[in-house]
Design a protein around this ligand. Structure first.
Ligand SMILES: CC(C)(COP(=O)(O)OP(=O)(O)OC[C@H]1O[C@@H](n2cnc3c(N)ncnc32)[C@H](O)[C@@H]1OP(=O)(O)O)[C@@H](O)C(=O)NCCC(=O)NCCS
Length: 398
């Protein structure tokens, strides 16, 4: 590891806070909020000749669902360098400096929401999903009709634990969704439901369990309207449940004509809506992923249970050398593995492999951007046939 770097200790909290405070413009009054979720031992810090902290990066461990399996994810959150030390490679150093430790911990993938794509791409991350804020006309949602009625009722504080369990059941089918612990949940759905509206659908057979839920906040609106609806989350086990919950969310349109929603670029909601609004996107960013341990990551996610194939890869990785070299990728019966060796038919960068592994970019697309090179059309088609067929969805900004 770079000699300017070391892992943090609890005594480093003031120095780490100073870096994040200046990096993100956090107010002194927010210190408690910022530092409460920091585990200084998961921070990598850079120090100057006097031992003062000049840069820091912090990891939040999650598990992220891919192909029905929970894959250990190191979420970089946050990364910053003191203004007077920027432009000297410290941002890159505190990012890449974690890789060997993440691999030892079994955190086979790493992810982040980038402020600079190039910074993270230069150490092996690549785009893996979108995070889009839309403002939809409530009328579009209010017009949704379930084919069979679904009983939506107002949720109470006593339902909050069942919402967590419902998310745990439903999120495993969403590639890219992350597991949430208690403190993480309370940002999305306060345990006392303060300023939060909750609607739920009871599970048809299991008492105390839910089949779906919708939660939102009421925010200020553009005049002359009274308020707008800011959706926290809508999830349901059935298509009719989903329609019924979105309809409930959109039903306040006479007073709250705008509904703010965070979702992926290709949100499944668009497969339900009957109307189009080309002006709905307010902001759009993309998150990035890196295979820290390529062989571990290939083994950890779920693959198509009905496909079988083999491709010889030559992986290029300058910052995690254990990934570099020739590998044989084999997929069969919903499992896959990377075994050292083979002819290196498809040359692929770790950035390209990470994006393909996530289901974000196809091998063919990666061949047009230079992330992948091969003269073997069949190998390219095999790689695309074996890979995930739709881009992942992640709505937890970490
Ligand atoms: C972004 C930040 C961490 C970069 O730190 P740094 O030490 O200056 O970065 P490095 O010197 O290692 O630069 C690495 C690459 O990052 C990119 N980069 C650096 N600063 C950038 C900026 N302000 N805007 C866009 N890209 C930037 C460049 O591609 C650079 O490579 P190059 O110099 O070869 O072109 C630092 O500017 C910072 O702390 N900003 C405020 C907090 C923040 O945005 N953190 C990132 C959250 S994801």
């Amino acid at each position: 590891m770079d000699e300017r770097l070391r892992f943090g200790t609890p005594e480093d909290l003031d120095g780490i806070w100073d870096v994040f405070h200046l990096g993100f413009g956090a107010k002194d009054a927010d210190r408690e909020l910022w530092t409460a979720g920091l585990d200084t031992r998961r921070a990598l810090v850079a120090t100057d000749a006097h031992g003062a902290i000049t840069a820091a990066s912090h990891i939040r461990p999650f598990r992220q669902w891919f192909g029905g399996r929970a894959v250990p994810l190191a979420g970089y959150s946050p990364v910053a360098v003191l203004p007077e030390h920027r432009g000297q490679g410290l941002g890159r150093a505190v990012t890449a400096g974690h890789f060997a430790d993440l691999r030892d911990r079994g955190e086979v993938i790493a992810g982040l929401f980038p402020a600079s794509v190039q910074l993270y791409r230069s150490v092996g991350f690549e785009l893996a999903g979108s995070y889009v804020h839309r403002r939809l006309p409530a009328a579009l949602l209010g017009a949704l009709r379930p084919a069979e009625p679904a009983a939506v009722r107002r949720g109470r504080i006593a339902d909050v634990a069942a919402v967590h369990r419902c998310y745990d059941r439903l999120s495993r089918r969403i590639d890219g969704a992350v597991t949430r612990d208690g403190p993480w949940w309370s940002r999305r759905l306060p345990p006392d439901l303060a300023d939060t509206v909750l609607y739920v659908i009871d599970h048809p057979t299991e008492a105390g369990e839910l089949d779906g839920y919708a939660s939102y906040r009421m925010a200020s609106a553009r005049p002359p309207y009274d308020y707008s609806v800011v959706v926290s989350e809508v999830q349901a086990a059935t298509a009719d449940g989903l329609r019924a919950l979105w309809r409930t969310v959109g039903s306040s349109g006479s007073q709250a004509p705008d509904v703010d929603v965070i979702g992926a670029g290709e949100d499944p909601l668009f497969l339900l809506l009957g109307g189009a609004d080309p002006t709905s996107v307010r902001s759009e960013i993309r998150w990035m992923l890196r295979l820290v341990d390529a062989a571990g990551a290939v083994a950890a996610r779920g693959w198509s249970p009905v496909l079988r194939g083999r491709v010889d890869l030559a992986i290029a990785d300058d910052h995690a050398p254990w990934n570099a070299g020739p590998w044989q990728l084999e997929v069969e019966g919903g499992e896959a593995r990377l075994t050292p060796g083979g002819a290196g038919t498809v040359e692929i960068s770790i950035q390209g492999l990470s994006s393909w592994w996530a289901g974000y970019a196809s091998a063919r697309t990666l061949s047009t951007t230079g992330h992948l090179r091969t003269a073997d059309e069949q190998a390219l088609a095999t790689l695309d046939g074996l890979g995930a067929s739709s881009a992942p969805t992640l709505v937890d900004f970490y």
